[in-house]
Design a protein around this ligand. Structure first.
Ligand code: IDC
Length: 457
């Protein structure tokens, strides 16, 4: 179990007179709590996360201040806030979607930094000018018994959240396969053991393309393989997301009959399992929301007839961007939701291509619609290009904060930067060491393997 050292600074200043002289004046206690974590460190550089919890009255705008302990220590790039540094003084101002902090609410920001010599932690944290004094504490490890499926059981949608068997919101963090028609060699006992035990993944998304040499070429064969992977995930305590990976053509209705046939079969076969989630159309594109809704309202009843209690994820307009990539937004879904219960809507992003405007859309939509990030990449939307560490971190911090589940594209050795493994990895039995991981794989493994905090009552 991983133990994180966290610098916990608590500030609690009593404004006005003390209780001894005037009890009424003590009501306005102000405070904040800082959790500071160094996520990784390399020669001359490091990446840190700062979580600031507002223990005082609600604020509608905040500035976090702290002092770099050493003049050689600099913020290189910060995220989830506006960052500036003058000498050793760092100033961090909240942005649109996190500037309001209710009492007890937290904002999570982060940065990469450079340093010379030692790399001591920052000091003198303040929130809106109120000084915080800190002490070094060790976070208690969360050590849940059992696997993600043991702990959470059958999932369901509650409000805008994904909830577990105790009706409490949870976040699943995991990986997506590449197209199983191309990278099937990557999904074997050793790779799935690594995914469950070393990566500590909560879920496996099983990406079954329909076109591009996929399902349409061999319905029985692909159906059988999907079922086999559901069983392998189940045996390791992971959720299995069955992705009917429509992509081109973008209108899911093109595959309506295939979808009905496929889902009738997998839903009947897997109805008794607790670990299955159905994703009925990967990325609708070039098609209206009403056409997608119409498709969903025909496929979902087929699933429900066989497997009444499983969560179903519905793809959204503009490559599952809630319409944003088509110049629209979530309001068309809010105004005309799919007529079904226990469903979530897909939101996909590629961190190097999709940034603040997409994050704002997700933040807005998250309070109105149940969302599931069933696919995202750390790179450009074509699956390649440089990994964008800052944008990926901003996204994942936001998803963690909102408890939005995610699966990363891809747990594969595809020769593209979105893949977690270097080419050739799937010939061997190592799926975890730095020798086989790409930059994206290493980042995702470090995020996914941190302890889950699934509620157990
Ligand atoms: C890409 C793969 C690439 C493959 C291509 C085929 O990474 O190897 O040649 O599909 O269609 C998506 C899609 C997903 C894409 C991915 C990256 O859901 O199928 O995979 N992407 O382009 N949406 C946005 C990006």
């Amino acid at each position: 179990m991983k133990r994180l050292l966290a610098l916990v600074a608590t500030c609690a200043t009593v404004l006005g007179l003390t209780a001894a002289t005037s009890p009424q004046a003590t009501a306005a206690a102000t405070g904040c709590k800082i959790d500071y974590t160094v996520a990784s460190q390399w020669t001359g550089g490091f990446q840190a996360a700062v979580k600031v919890t507002n223990l005082g009255a609600p604020v509608t705008g905040w500035t976090l201040g702290f002092a770099m302990p050493d003049a050689g220590q600099k913020v290189v790039q910060g995220w989830n806030a506006t960052w500036s540094q003058s000498g050793s003084a760092v100033s961090v101002a909240g942005v649109d979607w996190n500037r309001t902090l209710a009492t007890g609410a937290a904002a999570e920001v982060g940065f990469t930094g450079s340093f010379t010599g030692a790399n001591p932690k920052p000091t003198a944290f303040t929130l809106n000018g109120v000084a915080c004094t800190g002490s070094l504490e060790e976070e208690p490890p969360t050590d849940p018994d059992g696997t993600p499926v043991d702990i959470n059981g059958q999932l369901h949608v509650c409000g805008v959240n994904l909830c577990n068997q105790y009706d409490r919101p949870i976040q699943l963090r995991g990986m997506s396969t590449h197209g199983i028609q191309w990278f099937d060699q990557c999904y074997n006992a050793a790779s799935l053991d690594a995914l469950a035990n070393d990566w500590k993944s909560d879920l496996l998304r099983i990406s079954m393309y329909v076109q591009e040499d996929g399902y349409e070429t061999d319905p029985a064969g692909f159906t059988a393989r999907v079922n086999e992977l559901v069983d392998m995930a189940e045996a390791r305590g992971m959720y299995a997301l069955i992705d009917f990976h429509t992509l081109t053509p973008g209108d899911p209705n093109y595959n309506l009959q295939r979808a009905k046939t496929f889902f009738a079969s997998v839903a009947a076969r897997n109805a008794g399992k607790k670990n299955v989630i159905y994703e009925i159309a990967n990325e609708p594109n070039g098609v209206s929301w009403s056409a997608i809704k119409n498709y969903a309202e025909q496929v979902i009843p087929v699933i429900r007839a066989a497997d009444p209690d499983a969560v179903v994820i519905v793809g959204t307009r503009g490559w599952s961007s809630l319409g944003v990539s088509d110049g629209s937004n979530e309001s068309e879904i809010v105004n005309s939701p799919v007529n079904a219960t226990n469903i979530m809507y897909a939101f996909h992003f590629y961190a190097a291509s999709h940034k603040d405007d997409y994050r704002s859309a997700l933040s807005r939509a998250a309070s109105q619609l149940p969302l599931f990030v069933s696919e995202f990449g750390t790179v450009s939307a074509n699956g390649g290009g440089a990994m964008d560490r800052a944008s990926t971190t901003a996204w994942l911090d936001l998803l963690d904060q909102r408890k939005i589940s995610y699966a990363n594209w891809t747990y594969s050795e595809a020769p593209e930067s979105s893949a977690a493994f270097k080419p050739g990895t799937c010939n061997g039995s190592d799926y975890s060491s730095s020798a086989v991981l790409t930059e994206s794989g290493a980042l995702l493994k470090s995020r996914i393997s941190t302890p889950d905090s699934f509620p157990t009552s």
